[in-house]
Ligand binder design. Structure first.
Ligand code: NDP
Ligand code: 2IT
Length: 449
């Protein structure tokens, strides 16, 4: 990486975590953009600042036994990674997906430290989840699983300790069951212990919309800084979950035409523009598959995912990966560039492989990095915590305005850091540098812990 200390730390990370490819990938992505900063601070090595940054403060793994509808006992593995609490209580979502393992938890927790720093709100980085697969489970099974998960998690969280929220497979329904069990065990109404709560018991208006809306606010600022806008642009969005749906809504409001969305089985191409009400009905109400969209739009086509997602073969101006990690590999990146893509907005966490990121940057494609561009969700979670502390609530417009200001500020931080280090429109490096400097400063202030 051109800096001996960075090389040494990365070598150690690779050696110690050889079974954790996603985590190593996330660390590499950050460290590879810090050369200019680390060059200026030879004292970091003596403080082992980077070695401490890449080691979670605490990593908890636990058994989650639950009884399915047939009376059979099932066992899953639960996790909570409390990665870095230097800026505030650990904060980050819970993911329920069969692919969840320690590597995925650690990459998400590591990214969360930087994302949360960029919000400028007092939140540290954490993440958790389980390899539980919510697909096809009854409501009762989901409830029993969430209760069992909380039976253990409750020992490790608290409004000033660690505040989980949703992520893939965890939405308002799951947060409700988790909150109920926490309240029962602790015998306390501690609203700020979880965010993403329902609006009827302490949730924040605009939290549901926040990640997707925030992504588009960031995109708006990035395009504006480069002399253009969303108006009239063609957009493709992978995923059709919480982030994808509200990114689609805000993009449409700004005059863009969204022509494709997807799920893990395949994508729909809707040349006349996606009918978002249909997507919401399929995904939010019926918990169905994206293929069902064909019943709502006779002009739409369906393309199944075979070896790689076909959505990236569709011609568009802007691509918004809002599904999962490593969604855009080098093959998809080349296809997107060949088809004239101008900007990528990462709604998901680490949706682009490092090779694909480098390729986009080399082709002067504007890239809104996940840590910055999808921070609207956690930022609004922090606003939910504020409202819970005040025992008060803000209106939708009040929260949305704060979100917009936070996202604009995040873009400005990325731009400023990129300019300061002569990196032009490399907002990937800008985000990493701006976040790292804040965390490093706080770690130095708090001593060797
Ligand atoms: P949801 O569970 O609401 O939706 C996930 C979507 O992604 C679904 O369409 C799902 O398809 C698809 N997906 C999930 N896993 C895979 C996979 N392995 N391959 C292909 N498609 C997949 O989750 P969210 O919308 O909340 O999260 C989406 C992304 O955004 C994640 O990366 C998450 O970490 C990130 N994020 C979420 C935030 C939030 O506030 N919710 C905040 C910041 C980032 P299917 O139904 O077929 O599984
Ligand atoms: O990846 C993320 O930032 C989230 N899933 C949201 C976390 C939160 O605490 O709201």
């Amino acid at each position: 990486m051109g800096n001996a200390y960075l090389d040494k730390v990365l070598n150690e990370v690779e050696k110690k975590n050889s079974q954790e490819p996603e985590f190593v990938q996330a660390v590499y992505e950050v460290l590879s953009s810090l050369k200019a900063v680390v060059d200026k601070h030879p004292d970091y090595e003596k403080m082992a600042l980077l070695e401490r940054l890449v080691e979670p403060e605490r990593l908890i793994s636990f058994r989650v036994p639950w009884i399915d509808d047939k009376g059979q006992v099932q066992v899953n593995r639960g996790y909570r990674v409390q990665f870095n609490g230097v800026l505030g209580p650990y904060k980050g979502g819970l993911r329920f997906h069969p692919s969840v393992n320690q590597s995925i938890m650690k990459f998400l927790g590591f990214e969360q430290i930087f994302k949360n720093a960029l919000t400028c709100l007092p939140i540290g980085g954490g993440k958790g989840g389980s390899d539980f697969d919510p697909k096809g489970k009854s409501d009762d099974e989901i409830m029993r699983f969430c209760q069992s998960f909380m039976n253990e998690l409750q020992r490790h969280i608290g409004a000033d300790v660690d505040v989980p929220a949703g992520d893939i497979g965890v939405g308002a329904r799951e947060i409700g069951y988790l909150f109920g069990q926490y309240r029962k065990i602790k015998n306390i109404y501690e609203a700020g212990v979880l965010t993403g709560k329902g609006l009827d018991y302490g949730g924040s208006l605009a939290r549901k919309e926040a990640t997707g809306f925030g992504l588009i606010y960031f995109m708006r600022e990035m395009l504006k800084a480069n002399g253009t806008s969303l108006q009239g642009k063609t957009v493709i969005i992978s995923g059709s979950g919480n982030v994808a749906i509200y990114a689609c809504q805000k993009a449409q409001e700004y005059g863009a035409k969204v022509v494709a969305m997807s799920d893990s089985n395949g994508c729909v191409y809707a040349p006349n523009g996606i009918n978002l009400d249909a997507i919401k009905e399929i995904k939010e109400e019926k918990r169905g598959r994206i293929k069902d969209y064909l019943n709502y739009d006779s002009t739409a086509e369906y393309m199944e995912t075979v070896d790689r997602p076909r959505i990236w073969d569709i011609k568009a101006d802007i691509a918004l990966p809002c599904a999962t990690q490593n969604d855009i590999d080098i093959v998809s990146a080349k296809k997107l560039v060949e088809n004239g893509i101008m900007a990528i907005g990462e709604g998901a966490n680490m949706p682009t492989t490092n090779e694909a990121i480098q390729y986009f940057l080399s082709q002067n494609i504007l890239l809104a990095p996940a840590k910055a561009a999808n921070a609207g969700g956690v930022a609004t979670s922090a606003l939910e915590m504020s409202q819970n502390s005040m025992r008060f609530f803000w209106t939708f417009d009040e929260v949305n305005e704060k979100l917009d200001r936070i996202m604009t500020n995040i873009f400005n931080q990325c731009q400023k850091a990129a300019q300061e280090y002569n990196m032009g429109t490399n907002y990937v490096a800008g985000a990493n540098i701006a976040a790292f400097r804040k965390i490093a400063k706080a770690m130095r202030s708090q001593g060797v812990i």
